[in-house]
Ligand binder design. Structure first.
Ligand SMILES: NC(=O)c1ccc[n+]([C@@H]2O[C@H](COP(=O)([O-])OP(=O)(O)OC[C@H]3O[C@@H](n4cnc5c(N)ncnc54)[C@H](O)[C@@H]3O)[C@@H](O)[C@H]2O)c1
Length: 437
């Protein structure tokens, strides 16, 4: 929304949220999300074309177009628990729009939703229409955290789905006009509603599948002496495969991949396609395996016990350039090591201590978890150092200094293949990465 406000300064964009603390943060100097370039975009438009408010009703009443961007987490209760999307927030939004709207509205699904959710939204809005006309569009968001601003500024494509009726096509055109302010027209794709909804789930399933595929090969590399980075490079030069998203790691995280694949799995089961469901579920299973495998390797290397040993963890965010920890591989690896009674010293450049403690269920005073101000403090006196997020600053650390301050032998486990392992071995580390011996 900040990018739309920035590029279409003749429009008024009002972001509303029921979370008062979040809106206060959006109106402050300290934005609630760390994302390179976001501060500049928000601060350039805030108070002119971009506003943040908790007054949901007024914003709905005044808007011609409403983007529903609420959370759609995995359902934790009832039918489909653990896989289906929890649509309660979407439904509440739809009901709110029906309740307070005074005129016609274009309602845009921006959240990632199961196929045919627009049908339910239509039913809610149309059965409360009272003479007002509601058009529903699907406009899934393809930005990636960490590169959100660049992705929004120069998207591979913008996707807009809508009814193919004259009113639907007119609504699609209105949203096309918004994006056409900065996105080349040929990159704005229009489809029917269901294709648009399904494309978002499919895109995330394919992206996650590439990571799980290369991670599966990483296990075979460790068993055979092949090097997964070399294999990834070799296959990525095949133009039919391509080089992106072939980086093997400790496992993918983030708020979207797992939730969206599980949602796809649930849809397949719902529509009576168990083979298709099992095929996509394998992507999530492989990711769980990769996270567990990493923790097991740490324990096995440290003479089969990490109990009472200090383990330094560098990086807690699910990837670099974000402070988001949702489904971060670090949470699972740390959880497994805490079960083995390790003492963890964790450092991340952007994730606050309170978030790390919440994720690990480690209240203040829980002695097995210490959150450190820098990498050197985390690694001092440690038996092993684990790199779990690929932050650029970790490449510039003085690893000789780190090594010399650790217990010997000093172990290093690079869960992102970020560091030069040969160089680390020369320093004296017992070093291992992913998919290489
Ligand atoms: N995070 C990403 O990178 C990303 C990328 C593409 C798509 N998506 C999709 O976008 C959606 C939102 O993701 P997110 O990461 O921003 O989630 P989030 O949980 O960070 O934010 C959702 C916000 O919606 C607010 N909200 C909930 N119910 C509301 C209501 N009735 N009225 C007003 N506000 C309400 C919450 O308070 C919260 O601040 C999800 O469907 C997600 O799958 C996210």
């Amino acid at each position: 929304m900040a990018m739309i406000a920035h590029k279409c300064s003749d429009h008024v964009v009002t972001v509303v949220d029921i979370n008062e603390a979040r809106i206060a943060a959006w109106n402050s100097d300290e934005l609630p999300i760390y994302e390179p370039g976001l501060d500049e975009v928000v601060k350039a438009s805030r108070g002119q074309s971009l506003f943040f408010s908790t007054d949901v009703d007024t914003a709905i009443r005044e808007a011609d177009m409403i983007f529903m961007s609420v959370n759609t987490p995995t359902k934790t209760y009832g039918a489909g628990a653990g896989r289906a999307a929890d649509l309660r927030y979407i439904e509440k939004c739809a009901r709110k729009i029906a309740e307070v709207s005074e005129g016609d509205k274009i309602v845009v699904e921006k959240s990632t939703l199961p196929v045919r959710t627009a049908e339910s939204i239509k039913t809610i809005l149309h059965s409360n229409a009272k003479g007002r006309n509601f058009q529903i569009l699907s406009n899934p968001e393809f930005l990636a955290e960490g590169t959100a601003i660049a992705d929004l500024e120069n998207p591979d494509r913008v996707l807009i789905g809508g009814d193919q009726s004259p009113e639907g096509l007119a609504a699609i055109q209105k949203l096309v006009d918004v994006y056409a302010a900065w996105v080349p027209r040929e990159k704005i794709l229009t489809t029917n509603l269901w294709s648009s909804e399904l494309s978002k789930l499919t895109a995330n399933a394919f992206l996650a599948q590439r990571i799980s595929s290369i991670n599966a090969i990483s296990a075979l590399c460790e068993a055979t002496g092949a090097n997964v980075d070399e294999v990834a490079h070799s296959i990525g030069t095949d133009s039919r495969i391509g080089p992106k998203f072939l980086k093997s790691s400790v496992g993918f995280g983030g708020s979207c991949f797992q939730k969206d694949i599980l949602n796809l799995v649930y849809l397949c089961e719902f529509f009576g396609l168990p083979e298709v469901a099992a095929y996509w579920n394998g992507v999530v299973e492989m990711n769980d395996y990769q996270k567990q495998r990493f923790a097991r390797r740490v324990v096995a290397s440290l003479f089969n016990t990490v109990a009472d040993k200090k383990i330094a963890v560098l990086g807690f965010a699910f990837k670099k350039d974000t402070n988001d920890t949702r489904e971060s591989a670090a949470i699972y690896v740390c959880g497994d090591l805490l079960e083995e009674e390790a003492n963890l010293a964790i450092y991340d450049p952007k994730v606050p201590e309170s978030q790390i403690r919440r994720d690990l269920n480690a209240k203040d005073g829980f002695e097995s978890v210490t959150v450190c101000k820098d990498a050197y403090e985390a690694c001092s006196d440690a038996h092993a150092v684990l790199v779990l997020t690929e932050w650029d600053e970790f490449k510039a650390l003085d690893f000789q200094r780190i090594h010399d301050a650790m217990q010997q032998p000093a172990f290093l486990f690079d869960g992102r293949n970020l560091l030069d392992l040969e160089g680390m071995r020369k320093i004296g580390f017992e070093a291992c990465g992913i998919g290489q011996v």
